[in-house]
Design a protein around this ligand. Structure first.
Ligand SMILES: Nc1nc2c(ncn2[C@@H]2O[C@H](COP(=O)(O)OP(=O)(O)OP(=O)(O)O)[C@@H](O)[C@H]2O)c(=O)[nH]1
Ligand SMILES: [Mg+2]
Length: 395
């Protein structure tokens, strides 16, 4: 599971990354601060299964019944218009983010940066332009891959009776795109029976646009919302757009770590820890943070990560255990692990994820909430606690 952060230069991708992963990486008010990608671990939140059983357990990833589930986050170099032709840092960002299953497109919603990522006065750049150009760069990049190889694909079909689906899928395999996904889009557009020789540039462009949308879902992180004068601009964005302030989240996480405030990621506010002496500069910063919460319901960072995983990718969280009565692993650790799996996953799919041998010897599973036996092809639900019964153990 990998989430990619991408967007124009200087919009706050690295600040988002630092806040979400609690690792400090370079950020600065100029374009191309980031060149090499940053990879780290962020967390999405789900209700922990302990809530259902009304049990208490010691697990640093369960805080008051909210389970923090790790996901990989990748922050890449910024892009400028023409990146697919090598402008700015070119396509490097796309290569770095190619394995990401879902993309968070960070936009400077306050319009404080021009198309090249240079700082400009608040509200002087139209963020809608950025939403369009970044998607366009992506589509162009996809289209270039296909156009470059189109003659070859056509020849392979003519001479070797190769399948169109396979020919296209091969060119996109480096992006983690699978042949069934290519086939779905070809079917959707009615292109399955169309001779590749008859495809024109528009056909290729339409096809890659659908392929991009279908395989790399994008959420818009409308960042720098703290500076934005009129957030009603969000209504003009057709994709899923969530207002956020990465800088506010970063500040709160730091203040929380320093023991100055009590704040939980995703929270609708914070409280100052009683009895703390707060220097004037920090007090000023906290006052600013307060005013951000009067503008947006939360800093948006956690909500964006949760939306990416649970809404865009439709994943569910399930809890594999080895002891269905104690809800524990063999060392007695209660609800040791939460796994993110696609919505239609079966008990057998979960077994494969836990260990190949366990899947090989799969007999049945037990739904620990109902204590019922379930078969390998039964679909799992969000929040399920599952014991897998297998003739083989891991390793
Ligand atoms: N006001 C405000 N400033 C922000 C916010 N997020 C980031 N910034 C500032 O925006 C500038 C750019 O932030 P970065 O995180 O370096 O942006 P980036 O998108 O990673 O930039 P490149 O790596 O150069 O593409 C920095 O000065 C940040 O402090 C925010 O939510 N609000
Ligand atoms: Mg950066």
């Amino acid at each position: 599971m990998q989430i990619g952060l991408l967007g124009k230069a200087n919009v706050g991708k690295s600040t988002f990354f630092s806040a979400a992963t609690q690792t400090t990486v370079a950020s600065g008010n100029f374009p191309f601060t980031t060149i090499e990608p940053n990879i780290g671990v962020a967390y999405v939140q789900a209700d922990c299964a302990c809530k259902h059983f009304e049990i208490k357990h010691e697990n640093e990833l369960c805080v008051n019944g909210i389970r923090f589930i790790p996901v990989k986050l990748i922050d890449v170099a910024g892009l400028v218009p023409g990146a697919h032709e090598g402008k700015g840092l070119g396509n490097q960002f796309l290569d770095d983010a190619r394995q990401a299953e879902v993309l968070i497109h960070v936009v400077d919603i306050a319009g404080t940066t021009d198309l090249q990522g240079q700082s400009v006065a608040v509200g002087t750049h139209d963020p809608l332009e950025d939403v369009a150009f970044v998607q366009d760069e992506f589509d162009q990049w996809f289209a270039d891959i296909l156009k470059r190889e189109w003659d070859k694909i056509t020849r392979e079909i003519d001479q070797k009776r190769a399948k169109l689906t396979d020919g296209i899928a091969k060119r996109f395999s480096g992006l983690g795109i699978r042949d069934f996904q290519v086939q779905e889009i070809l079917q959707k557009l009615g292109f399955m029976a169309k001779n590749p020789k008859e495809w024109n540039d528009d056909d290729i462009e339409n096809f890659v646009k659908e392929l991009r949308k279908g395989t790399k879902p994008m959420i818009i992180a409308a960042n720098k919302a703290d500076l934005c004068k009129d957030l009603s601009i969000l209504k003009k964005i057709t994709d899923n757009a969530i207002p956020c302030s990465a800088e506010t989240e970063l500040l709160l996480r730091k203040a929380s770590k320093a023991g100055i405030v009590s704040y939980s990621p995703g929270g609708k506010g914070f409280t100052v820890v009683e009895g703390k002496e707060i220097p004037t500069a920090q007090q000023k910063a906290l006052d600013m943070v307060k005013s951000v919460f009067s503008k947006i319901p939360s800093t948006g960072i956690q909500q964006i990560l949760n939306t990416a995983v649970f809404d865009s990718l439709n994943l569910i969280a399930v809890y594999p255990v080895e002891d269905e009565n104690k809800l524990a692993d063999k060392d007695g650790i209660i609800l040791p692990d939460a796994k993110l799996i696609p919505q239609d996953s079966t008990a057998k799919d979960l077994a494969s994820l836990v260990h190949a041998d366990i899947a090989k010897g799969f007999l049945h599973a037990i739904d620990c909430k109902t204590k019922q036996r379930i078969s390998g092809d039964q679909k799992l639900k969000n929040g399920d606690v599952i014991k897998i019964v297998s003739t083989l153990s891991r390793g």
